[in-house]
Write a protein that binds this ligand. Sequence first.
Ligand code: ADP
Ligand code: MG
Ligand code: MG
Length: 867
Amino acid sequence: GQFVYTFLEGNKGMKNLLGGKGANLAEMTQLGLPVPSGFTITTEACKRYFEDQNTINSEIKKEVESAVAELEQRVGKSFDGDPCLLVSVRSGAVISMPGMMDTILNLGLNDKNIEAMGKSTGSMTFALDCYRRFIQMYSNVVLEIPMYHFESILDDCKEANDLKDDKDLSEENLRQLIGDYKQIVYNQTGSPFEQSPKKQLYAAIEAVFRSWNNERAKIYRHLNGIPDNMGTAVNVQMMVFGNMGDSSGTGVVFTRNPSSGENTLYGEFLMNAQGEDVVAGIRTPRPISELQEVDKKVYEELVTASQTLEAHYADMQDIEFTIEKGQFFLLQTRNGKRSANAAIKIAVDFVKAGIMDKRHAVNQLGLAQIDQLLHPKFDQEILKTTKELTLGLPASPGAATGKICFNAKAAHEANENGEDVILVRTETSPEDIQGMISAKGVLTARGGMTSHAAVVARGMGKSCVSGCIELEVNEENGTIKVGEELLKEGDYISIDGSTGKVYRGKIDTVSSSLDKDFLSIMDWADEFSKLDVLANADTPLDAKKSREFGAKGIGLCRTEHMFFDGQRIKDIREMIMAKTPSGRQIALDKLYPYQKEDFKGIFLAMETLPVNVRLLDPPLHEFLPKGKSEIQEMAEQLDVSYEDIIKVIEELAEVNPMMGLRGCRLGLIYPEVYAMQVRAIITAALEVMEEEGIAPRPEIMIPLVGNPEELSLLRKLAQRIIHELDPDAKLGQVKIGTMIEVPRASLVADQIAPHADYFSFGTNDLTQMTLGYSRDDSGTFIRKYKEQKIIKTDPFQSIDQEGVGQLIKMAIKKGKAHDSHLKIGVCGEHGGDPASVDFFNALDIQYVSCSPYRIPKARLAAAQAAI
Ligand code: ADP
Ligand code: MG
Ligand code: MG
């Protein structure tokens, strides 16, 4: 195969081979945009390099040789001549991994050609500045000499000469520095700094190949689910110089605001600087709008190029550019990372502008990001009385509060101990990635909106405030200072990544609401999806919330949750303590009005949408107190003896409560409990109908059925009460269904179906009983299992398709064989998990049901599964 492609040969469709950067450099070249010439060594060459025990074989070498020769000819410069050719050697993964791998600039310089370059460019300081940077980068990336060796010498030099900025270094300073740098190289490696440009080139290519496997790249891939075997391409490109004086510069822009999605050019630039200076956050860059004042012509070229690229890619672009003595060059474009808010707004704006159609708009949204939309905000009331500590850049939205930690390790440990952490750094580097994962938010003193901290935080959906210039971070002393105010490691701090504001202390957060663009996208999503998304909601408040999020009904209303607070728990305890059916009935009569009121509230909120109520499910002992003092309290409240309660607790105690007296078994042993619940449901529905003129759609679901007879008996009980309360069937036919959550129910689903108007898979219990893993205690070994690769994912999070999935398929098949119109849904937590939704979409299932906050993601997942 061909291992090397010039930018004139490639195109954007060749990402797998050329990497994202290379494919897009070629595409931009094809579009006639100003891109410095160069070529790309493919990902296949990288794989070969690893296969050949980290050597570049002769076949690949030959292609590189001729690509270099061609490049030399095209640009009229050469590695060993005057003018000398300088190149950048840039990594380029197939899936963008910003800042995770290595790039070397100014390659080709040596002691000899540096003098010629100084002469021909008319600036010796410029040439020397390039050489200094090159030695530093090359030594770090290729020779693996730690950066601090060079940085400390550079700092000393600046301090000794009272200079603030790298660009103020004089020719003499630079010569001194270069000498010292070369000495470091000699001390560290025992060899002088490599002088042959060709040898430098091959060493750099190999180093970029190897950087595929550096630690931070591996962590990033792991976090983002990127396979480890893809390899990186290497781009070799003629240098253009942003550090050639005040009419040169470099910058990074997004074609739209990556936080808000607003349609304005967004980014930063620095004059007299090379690319890395902007991203690394070493100098604080200027906002892109100011480029108009510095160089109007270049600014306009940038605007035009941005528009061209955005329209061409039909996506928001993240662009790197350099200006060499007033001449504009593009160095990179890629689809820009953005906050969830921005993603939604941009998608809607693109559809309006005809750049995208609805289907694509829905399909291209990142599911993981959708959670961000529901991201917390600070409690506005508390905020009113809280003074701002300082202000930085709003780099990634969402409010976060936590204890100050200064490094990845501390953040990780604190997080393991269950503490909320804000990672505070002068600037983050890709090494901080583990700390960012552990933190609730990230705060940096330096660096702009496109710094590593900002880019990575946005990708993770973490709150981030960057470039907080008033902040003095002293990691050594474990303190931060803003003016006179001092905070220590472990103190609480709060940051708002949507406004850039930083506050002292802890501020409570509240969840946020949804805007109109979001609602449009969600409506579009529903047009494409096959599955409806319903809510697991137990209270009128949850019901309201779930409608805001677009639930098509309630797929699971757990009645036991209505019994837990205040007077109710007392009444249900009275029922449990009752020794006779009539005693039980007295207690149930007290519970009845609460249940009825709750159902009325829920029916009102859901109007004519279906509300699937599950009758009492958990074992009764869950309602009894545990501690001594609580038992004492209960004894006093109910006027029974302490010993009586202990006796009942002992009677009800079960070795395997999840497989004990619960669900329909409870309903069959204490039918008066289910009778009361059905009465409450139907009466509530009739009253709402009477009072509000809307016809609620209650459905009654019997849990934990494994034997058809269980369902048959309880169905009759329910029907009798329904008929008694609603003899004229004002409510229509009230559906009575069952959960399929015991494996046996799946196995005999054909016998169960005749007694059921619908099936709802209770995938939590079904998983528990199929795998024999306790839902409540499996956390520890599931983690170990994942580490040992026995299982890929937690089966309680993402459905076990091979095992539990088979039981689901079987039940559907058997159920549908009895009644092809049988309604089928899923009401376990899996309903909100995209991978599971994708699985359910392929089956004959009508709806999934999940907790309110997971609904938006589930709706989008359902649409994407169907598209
Ligand atoms: P990353 O993947 O980390 O963004 P890049 O390969 O894009 O690394 O290089 C980092 C920076 O180096 C770029 O932002 C760009 O400004 C600068 N750079 C790369 N190649 C060249 C070049 N040929 N001429 C001038 N600057 C370059
Ligand atoms: Mg780049
Ligand atoms: Mg269950």
